[in-house]
Design a protein around this ligand. Structure first.
Ligand SMILES: NC(=O)C1=CN([C@@H]2O[C@H](COP(=O)(O)OP(=O)(O)OC[C@H]3O[C@@H](n4cnc5c(N)ncnc54)[C@H](O)[C@@H]3O)[C@@H](O)[C@H]2O)C=CC1
Ligand SMILES: Nc1nc(O)c(N)c(N[C@@H]2O[C@H](COP(=O)(O)O)[C@@H](O)[C@H]2O)n1
Length: 285
């Protein structure tokens, strides 16, 4: 295959005209088992996708300007978020301004408290010119004792190659960054399309935004790879709590399920088989 599968172009080609928008196009995507688990017991990383759907995911990566994950995934999986499963192609340095044959998405990490690992693969790949510089979206603490340590971590990470973007909002002890502000910020920085790859808490946050902002959802497309395996009840699910799920969040999740089912906000666009996996593409209206 020399280009993206038609399944993806039919879902994502509309992202090419982005005039007049104030946030990037957002594709929410992940791989799950038949029993809706995205990781194993205690968050153990699972390779759920078979080879064919993994290649499809790498095509999807090259079709976006940015790829966003939460710090939980960054620390747990130490991912590369690159396009290494795509077939070889002649490199054309003039296309991307660097020596890669395919467009590499910019890694963007939601890292509220700057816990990113300065020795991770994303930074190693960047320093070896095999990946784009990772961006860390975070909050700046207001307390002066916390600020000193935060500045040290920021310097360490910047020296290691990361770019740090503290969001301007009323940060107290809140762990979650406001998604609309994250999207506006990266859009201003030139990200016109972003693929959100997880993990559990980030997927949940983006889905919950569709309830909070029902009139104008913050997700455009949902692409879910379903692998023909059962993980079992001790696996990690995005619709239950692997993180600090408050009573309010649990309540919101119940509303979310009702909203998605009853309002038909999710419109089926297409389904395709990649190897043994079923990949479902949905639009959010
Ligand atoms: N099967 C799949 O496709 C994927 C599976 N995973 C799995 O997911 C697990 C990691 O998931 P989690 O622990 O839930 O971590 P996560 O990757 O969802 O990160 C959550 C953390 O991100 C930060 N954050 C900042 N703003 C946030 C916001 N608005 N909403 C949510 N988080 C925000 C917080 O510090 C929060 O604790 C791992 O086991 C990984 O293997 C991760 C990605 C894809
Ligand atoms: N599409 C897909 N299928 C799976 O089975 C997965 N476990 C994931 N996980 C996501 O991909 C990241 C790893 O990327 P690299 O292989 O290191 O490039 C992982 O962190 C998850 O975001 N995705």
């Amino acid at each position: 295959m020399t280009g993206p599968p038609t399944f993806l172009s039919s879902l994502l080609d509309r992202y090419k005209s982005s005039a007049g928008r104030s946030r990037p196009f957002v594709t929410l995507t992940f791989a799950q088992s038949l029993d809706a688990k995205i990781a194993g017991r205690g968050g153990k990383q699972l390779i759920l996708s078979g080879r064919e759907s993994m290649v499809m995911t790498h095509w999807m990566r090259t079709m976006h300007d940015g790829i966003l994950i939460g710090i939980g995934t960054a620390l747990n999986d130490d991912p590369q978020l690159n396009t290494r499963y795509l077939p070889p192609r002649d490199p054309d340095p003039s296309v991307n301004g660097h020596n890669h044959s395919y467009n590499l998405p910019r890694p963007i990490i939601l890292d509220t408290k700057l816990r990113f690992d300065p020795h991770c693969k994303l930074l190693k790949n960047y320093t070896e010119d095999k990946g784009r510089r990772p961006w860390l979206i975070c909050a700046e603490p207001s307390e002066s004792n916390e600020k000193k340590e935060w500045m040290i971590r920021r310097n360490t990470l910047e020296k290691a190659g990361a770019r740090v973007f503290p969001l301007e909002y009323d940060y107290d002890t809140q762990e979650y960054l406001p998604i609309p502000l994250v999207l506006q910020t990266i859009h201003r920085l030139g990200i016109l399309s972003v693929m959100v790859e997880g993990g559990a808490q980030v997927i949940r946050s983006f889905l919950l935004q569709t309830v909070a902002q029902s009139a104008s959802s913050l997700v455009d497309t949902v692409i879910i790879t379903v692998a023909p395996i059962f993980v079992g009840e001790d696996g990690v699910s995005y619709n239950a709590g692997s993180g600090p799920v408050s009573v309010l969040q649990t309540y919101n999740l119940i509303i979310l399920r009702r909203y998605l089912v009853k309002s038909s906000a999710l419109k089926h666009a297409s389904t395709a088989m990649f190897g043994q996996d079923t990949v479902v593409g949905l639009f959010l209206t």
